[in-house]
Design a protein around this ligand. Structure first.
Ligand SMILES: CCCCCCCCCC/C=C/CC(=O)SCCNC(=O)CCNC(=O)[C@H](O)C(C)(C)COP(=O)(O)OP(=O)(O)OC[C@H]1O[C@@H](n2cnc3c(N)ncnc32)[C@H](O)[C@@H]1OP(=O)(O)O
Length: 364
């Protein structure tokens, strides 16, 4: 397989199609639908079929899977198809030979795809049908992947999203799974989880880069202040509608956003929920650079591959010098934000907003 570029070539794509036929075990319907959708998107572009009737279950499922990919560019779909097949080949023991080399895929994740090659560990949020909303399992898996990446032999780590969204933020169904101890216990445990989750980003020792492939909402935006570089497609938007949701800022954004963009602009985002375009987020310093969506993957991965060739220890030490004096402050901010949120989650304002979303009465 050609590993010279992180964007899959036509040849990689054809190899992947052949590999699918060689899988020894059935990957299951959900994966087959994903493969179908990515194949159609990669070869024909956005879904162009009329929606099948409700009783035409199989074609309806296929249509849904393809349509969910929205305007995902053909080359991204091709890359995602190749990545998915590659992860299946290692987890389901393809009967073909696995090519030797430096490329490694981590299996054992339900909500992520994790690959490691060319000195880059790439963590992909992988719930495209839910716009990569972060459910409890995904919070845990991201922490696990970050811990593994901090110890592996890659030089840099990348977080990105599969599908048309980067992430729609906290999965609002996280509010529905109430334990016997009641909503107070749920809020307390969630605050502990959130604090640990954000703590992993504060403490991450290697250069951490966000490749923001589409719209980003809520916590997926706020933690960007803890990344070392943020590259965005011009399709991406940045939205933190905390007041609309009866909530308050997290991810250390009450501190990092003020430092990055100043209090006036930070307030527009964090208090009034102003949605920024990628260009605006770049002008305000939250985003490092913006690329046209049509060339986004190619340009970003070319840049990242060059970065990954730099001496890893020098990069790690430079990050330490830049970030370490802020760490204690960031942990204190994180603790305070989580404790405020623990109260907010119990408020009528928050409960009503969640119920409205879940009963399909409101969207952002
Ligand atoms: C008691 C206390 C418990 C607390 C537990 C919390 C633990 C940690 C919290 C950390 C705090 C974080 C704060 C935030 O992140 S705030 C941001 C939260 N996100 C949102 O409010 C986004 C909600 N989603 C939307 O408004 C829209 O879906 C959209 C993102 C604008 C996209 O709209 P579009 O029309 O294009 O697509 P659909 O709405 O049809 O979405 C497709 C399917 O995806 C599901 N979806 C999307 N986003 C979420 C989400 N955030 N949570 C759950 N589900 C989501 C949507 O329901 C569709 O599913 P379906 O096909 O099954 O209907």
């Amino acid at each position: 397989m050609n590993r010279a570029a992180m964007t899959a070539s036509q040849k990689d794509f054809e190899n992947a199609m052949n590999q699918v036929k060689l899988l020894k075990k059935d990957p299951g319907n959900e994966v087959k639908l994903k493969l179908y959708a990515l194949y159609k998107q990669a070869t024909e572009g956005p879904c162009n079929m009329p929606k099948p009737g409700v009783f035409d279950l199989i074609n309806k499922a296929k249509w849904d899977a393809w349509n969910t990919l929205g305007s995902l560019p053909k080359e991204t779909a091709r890359q995602n198809y190749v990545d998915l097949v590659s992860s299946l080949s290692s987890s389901l023991e393809s009967s073909s030979q696995v090519e030797p080399g430096t490329d490694r895929k981590s299996t054992g994740y339900e909500t992520l795809m994790v690959t490691s090659e060319d000195g880059i560990t790439k963590i992909t949020l992988n719930r495209p049908a839910k716009k990569n909303a972060i459910n409890v399992e995904m919070y845990h898996e991201i922490m696990r992947a970050l811990k593994a990446a901090s110890k592996d032999d890659s030089s840099i780590t990348v977080l990105t999203g599969n599908g048309d969204y980067y992430s729609s933020g906290n999965d609002l169904t996280n509010f529905t799974d109430i334990p016997p101890g009641g909503v107070e216990e749920k809020a307390k445990n969630s605050a502990i989880l959130l604090r640990e989750f954000v703590g992993c980003f504060i403490d991450f020792p290697k250069p951490l880069i966000a490749v923001v492939n589409g719209p980003a909402v809520g916590i997926s935006v706020t933690i960007l202040g803890l990344f070392d570089a943020v590259y965005a497609s011009d399709r991406a938007t940045f939205h933190t509608p905390f007041s609309h949701l009866g909530q308050s800022p997290e991810g250390c954004s009450s501190y990092t956003f003020l430092k990055i963009m100043g209090p006036a602009k930070a307030t527009e985002m964090l208090v009034f929920g102003k949605k920024l375009t990628a260009g605006e987020a770049c002008a305000q310093g939250l985003v490092t650079a913006v690329f046209p969506d049509s060339t986004f993957q190619k340009e970003v991965w070319t840049r990242l591959k060059a970065f990954a060739k730099l001496p890893p220890n020098a990069m790690r030490i430079s990050k330490e010098v830049i970030r370490n004096r802020e760490k204690e402050k960031l942990h204190a901010v994180n603790a305070e934000e989580c404790s405020v949120l623990q109260e907010r989650w119990l408020s009528d304002e928050c409960m009503n907003a969640v119920v409205n979303f879940l009963s399909r009465k409101s969207k952002l």
